[in-house]
Ligand binder design. Structure first.
Ligand code: NDP
Ligand code: MG
Length: 376
């Protein structure tokens, strides 16, 4: 029987890779729904290619395409609950991905999770919900997918450290002083991955790795002092673990998001990923410690994770507001950590006991961020 798949954010970078996998394996998967925010043209094209007539567009109230019947973000969670999918791929960008993740789990669907904000904002709530509903939470973020497989069937007591690798982003060859004058265009040039704009900026500031450190704490239930980050410019090693005996185990593959997406969709089975074969002969793999001064967003993420409570929510909200402003050319690149640090100086020690509290706290952190931006 075919596995039924609902793709959220189908028009984005994760979404289009997922659509690609659906087209590669038509005998294994049936697409039961697609969501997009603004790109109705691509949404309708994908729907035709996949033979899917269940579409939602969340960023417009109407469209010239008659195939799209459902609109607005408010309808999205019902759309997810009513869908007959076995598994939902969440490729929505940013904090707007949280409620769709919860709706997928609440309605008993497995979740292939690319949207890292879900776990950063509400890790314990989402994990508890998944346990309660008996659904699988399958990481799609490449580092977490790597760790998921490295940790599978391993005694947790033997695992000492998780090591996340980072490409170092667009500015890895620049000095700290040079970062003050970088342009938006430069920040959008990622050396190894082709991704959405927000995550590309986050890679340049290493806020992306910061979010991933928090995501790893939440997903694998591990304290942040047992997580380390190494810069690995080639992006072949996606993560490592160090075990008690001081051995290290690595997951190595081409930098191709189809691998973690496809593995999540086929889990617990595996199929070859087209054109992802990596020949290590002649390749050099290098690793270095990230410079904390050059990448303050990474240091701030470790602090937010250590402090716990709602600090991760505030970190994510401040960064999202700052990156949106940077994309609008309203602030400079190094204002992103400046703003985030200021927002984190507020007391965010309270823990949120429900999703609505998380969303309220996120809103508060955004309001403060917007006010602080005016003062920059
Ligand atoms: P993109 O910006 O490429 O795509 C985002 C998708 O979400 C699009 O389909 C977009 O619709 C939709 N969307 C945007 N805003 C909203 C909203 N407010 N409500 C509902 N849908 C919305 O992002 P990526 O694919 O790069 O990233 C998606 C998520 O996956 C992020 O959380 C990212 O951190 C994570 N991730 C991405 C990786 C990658 O390789 N790209 C790797 C690991 C994790 P439309 O285009 O129609 O406007
Ligand atoms: Mg990643």
């Amino acid at each position: 029987m075919k596995k039924k798949v609902l793709i959220l954010g189908s028009t984005g970078s994760i979404g289009t890779s997922t659509v690609d996998i659906m087209k590669t394996f038509p005998d294994h998967f049936e697409v039961t729904g697609l969501s997009a925010h603004s790109n109705d043209e691509l949404l309708v094209k994908q729907a035709k290619e996949l033979g899917c007539n269940n579409l939602i567009l969340t960023g417009k109230e109407e469209s010239t395409y008659k195939e799209i019947k459902t609109f607005t973000y408010e309808r999205l969670t019902d759309f997810i609950r009513e869908n007959k999918a076995d598994i939902v791929v969440n490729g929505i960008a940013g904090s707007r991905g949280l409620e769709p993740s919860a709706a997928a789990i609440e309605s008993g669907k497995d979740l292939a999770l690319a949207n890292k904000e879900t776990l950063v904002m509400a890790g314990p709530l989402i994990r508890d919900l998944a346990d309660k509903k008996g659904v699988k939470l399958l990481p799609v973020d490449s580092e977490h997918s790597a760790l998921f497989y490295l940790l599978e069937n391993r005694n947790p007591a033997h695992v000492e450290e998780l090591i996340l690798t980072a490409s170092g982003g667009a500015f890895r060859d620049l000095k700290k002083e040079e970062l003050c004058n970088v342009s938006l265009e430069d920040a959008l040039k990622h050396p190894t991955w082709s991704m959405g704009q927000k995550i590309t900026i986050d890679s340049a500031s290493m806020a992306n790795k910061g979010l991933e450190v928090i995501e790893a704490c939440m997903l694998f239930h591990i304290p942040v002092h047992r997580i380390k980050v190494l810069i690995h410019p080639q992006s072949y090693v996606h993560s490592l673990i160090r075990t008690k005996d001081q051995a290290m185990y690595a997951q190595i593959s081409s930098p191709d998001m189809r691998l973690p997406i496809q593995n999540a969709l086929f889990f617990p089975d595996q199929e070859p990923v087209q054109s992802s074969f990596l020949d290590l002969a002649g390749k050099s793999l290098t690793f270095s410690e990230p410079d904390e001064e050059k990448y303050p967003m990474l240091k701030l993420a470790f602090k937010a994770a250590e402090r716990g409570g709602s600090y991760p929510i505030a970190y994510n909200a401040a960064n999202e507001v700052a990156v949106a402003a940077f994309l609008q050319r309203e602030i400079q690149f190094m204002d992103i950590p400046l703003l985030t640090e200021k927002v984190l100086s507020v007391d965010w020690s309270h823990s949120c006991g429900s999703l609505s509290e998380v969303i309220k706290t996120d809103g508060e952190a955004r309001t403060i961020s917007h006010e602080l931006i005016k003062e920059l």
